[in-house]
Design a protein around this ligand. Structure first.
Ligand code: HEC
Length: 142
């Protein structure tokens, strides 16, 4: 009886240990693992773009300067991940014969995560709604 009790107790602390390790691994993953959304903001795409459907605002400074903002809430309706990766590396032109303004400077791995995220955005926001949103953001920053 005594032995079984001891054994169980050992097992119990092992369980707690495993639980703690899993918890910390999850926490680390959350803190270090980049998702597309984070990359979009971190790589300054918000200087020229927004994603209203994801709650990603354009930079206030760009709005104040009157810079043209292109929203990517529906970009996945037109572009797939492969296209976006090539586009951001300035390897291809769009229908208007233009290449992207800025060239991707991060790693291929990050580019893939970012492009994958963008290609899944399929909720086009009407131009009028975007205009109003940008105006509201401008007003609230003043
Ligand atoms: C200096 C401004 C600027 C920055 C910064 C910028 N873009 Fe762009 N982006 C543009 C412009 C302008 C266009 C439209 C080009 C055209 O229509 O010829 C565009 C187009 C795109 C398109 C194609 C949309 C479509 O439907 O064809 C994607 C995707 C894109 N940008 C993603 C990004 C990502 C991701 C970042 C950040 C790594 C980024 N952009 C940073 C200006 C910018």
């Amino acid at each position: 009886m005594q032995n079984i009790w001891k054994g169980n107790k050992k097992y119990h602390s092992l369980n707690i240990f495993i639980f703690c390790v899993s918890f910390f691994l999850l926490l680390i993953e959350k803190l270090m693992g980049d998702d597309g959304k984070e990359l979009f903001t971190r790589e300054n795409c918000t200087k020229c773009h927004s994603i209203k459907s994801e709650g990603i605002e354009p930079q206030k400074e760009s709005l104040l300067k009157g810079r043209k903002i292109i929203d990517h809430s529906g970009v996945g309706l037109r572009r797939d991940s492969e296209w976006i990766q090539k586009w951001l590396k300035k390897e291809i032109e769009n229908e208007k014969g233009r290449k992207h303004k800025v060239k991707w400077k991060g790693s291929d791995e990050e580019l893939k995560i970012l492009a994958e995220f963008l290609s899944h955005l399929k909720k086009e926001i009407p131009e009028e709604e975007l205009k109003k949103w940008y105006q509201d953001l401008l007003n609230s920053s003043r």
